[in-house]
Design a protein around this ligand. Structure first.
Ligand code: UGA
Length: 438
């Protein structure tokens, strides 16, 4: 297999996964990051990212001499392909902030080897790859778009078993060199121009958000007409044209990608005089969903929230990650705190140091402490272990046994049996009659 000398800029979820996985495929990889402490830890085989298999591949890559980390971009001077894996957060106007990408490009530009290929892997607005090529101003260096499709909590599996590999390049040969990085992976390779690749990434994330918002709306309708969203969604998901993914109702979708990407797409449309009402509504529906959750919590408490203790189970933006960025759970917590509630929270993975400054939730390391004297317990993230908690014990600790299950993960029959008043999303407090369901 032909090896490529690879440079990776940025050692976050995307960069680190890309670096260790490309090294595991046999490529020599040098990864840089501006965080000296992180780089030192990585060179010792240590990462704080709790991604399955990531640590093992990191240690293997370092031991095999195929992987190294540093802070100096000059070390990428002999790389044949350099991948930009930097954050592109949302700026105040809803667009993407390319500050980190521009800064890296300006540091790197003159250092790139003759005939190197520079790759945008981070999610960047349509046109960015071409604009970076103009900013770089090197006739010998092609800039190619190769967006990632990695889900947090599954980044290594998604990298090594991708649903598709997307390469957007103007020049065939530059695109071939990027596609060659993944030659061992069995996945369809879509070859296109940079703008189409950039848009396809945003379009995918925005579609997922739209699907989740649609289901959240159907969940509300299910409640009002006496249907069960689990059965409605399961039926929809069995249709190949719809598929079962992203049909779980919840407190609204969040995380570091979907919210910023939907906003960026709306912003991109506006920039060319195009309104994208479905996407605007997708964002609005997400706000509505959070308000619905707050109403449910209010109903569960049964009175004003001021001074009332509420216990929160789950703070991360989804299960399987420690990431609390743009977490729906924290958005709900923030609103509860504004209404005067006193919040205790437990999460199997979230770390106190990652919570935002002035986070109103007192983080505890025992899930039973969230029930103590609580007027309501609210499940905000779908960690499966919440279902296995000793709910009779939780009930004995609570001031009143009222639960709001915003992810429909709890066993409602067991809970109601244990004396809890149960409120889920899109389903009644009682399970369907025997013989129904599937
Ligand atoms: C998302 C995409 O799924 C990846 O393909 C993409 O590569 C990544 O963004 C990115 O752009 O880097 P991720 O942010 O890890 O991945 O999270 P998702 O698994 O997509 O979940 C996003 C949100 O949707 C979470 O808050 C989750 O709880 C919510 N969700 C998901 C639902 O509310 N319902 C569902 O059925 C599924």
């Amino acid at each position: 297999m032909p090896e490529t000398r690879v440079g990776v800029i940025g050692a976050g979820y995307v960069g680190l996964t890309t670096a260790v996985c490309l090294a595991s495929l046999g490529h020599p990889v040098h990864c840089t990051d501006i965080d000296t402490a992180k780089v030192a830890a990585l060179n010792r085989g240590r990462t704080t990212l709790d991604e399955p298999d990531l640590s093992d591949l990191l240690v293997e890559g370092l031991a095999g001499g195929r992987l190294a980390f540093g802070t100096d971009p000059a070390a990428l001077g002999d790389a044949e392909v350099v991948l930009l894996c930097l954050p592109t957060p949302m700026s105040a106007d809803g667009g993407a902030d390319l500050g980190a990408v521009h800064a890296a490009l300006d540091r790197l530009g003159g250092l790139l080897a003759p005939d190197a290929v520079l790759v945008t892997k981070s999610t960047v607005p349509v046109g960015t790859t071409d604009r970076l090529a103009a900013r770089l101003d090197r006739a010998d260096v092609a800039v190619v778009s190769n967006p990632e499709f990695l889900r947090e909590g599954h980044t290594v599996a998604d990298f090594l078993h991708p649903s598709r590999i997307l390469v957007g390049a103007h020049e065939r040969r530059a695109g071939d060199r990027v596609a060659a990085l993944y030659a061992q992976l069995a996945a369809p390779v879509v070859r296109t121009d940079p703008a189409s690749a950039e848009l396809a990434k945003y379009a995918s994330n925005a579609f997922l958000a739209m699907k989740a918002s649609y289901v959240n709306g159907l969940a509300e309708l299910s409640e009002r007409v006496g249907a069960d969203i689990a059965d409605v969604a399961a039926t929809m998901g069995l249709d190949d044209r719809i598929g079962p993914a992203f049909l779980a109702p919840g407190p609204g979708w969040g995380g570091p990608c979907l919210p910023k990407d939907v906003s960026a797409l709306v912003h991109a449309g506006r920039g060319v005089g195009l309104d994208l009402p479905l996407l605007r509504e997708t964002l609005r529906a997400n706000e509505t969903q959070r308000r619905r959750v707050l109403d449910k919590i209010g109903a569960a408490v049964g009175g004003p929230l001021h001074g009332v203790r509420i216990g929160l189970l789950g703070l991360t933006f989804k299960a399987g990650t420690a990431d609390v960025r743009d977490s729906p759970a924290l958005a709900v917590a923030g609103e509860l705190a504004r209404r005067g509630a006193v919040l205790t929270g437990y999460d199997p993975a979230a770390r106190a140091e990652d919570l935002p400054p002035r986070c109103p939730v007192q983080l505890v390391d025992d899930p039973y402490l969230v029930a103590k004297d609580a007027a309501a317990v609210v499940v905000l993230t779908e960690w499966p272990e919440f279902r296995a908690l000793d709910w009779p014990r939780m009930a004995a600790l609570a001031e009143q046994p009222a639960v709001v299950d915003t992810r429909d993960v709890l066993d409602r029959a067991a809970l109601t049996g244990a004396g809890w008043s149960y409120r889920g999303i899109g389903r009644s407090a009682q399970p369907p009659a025997p013989g129904t369901g599937w």
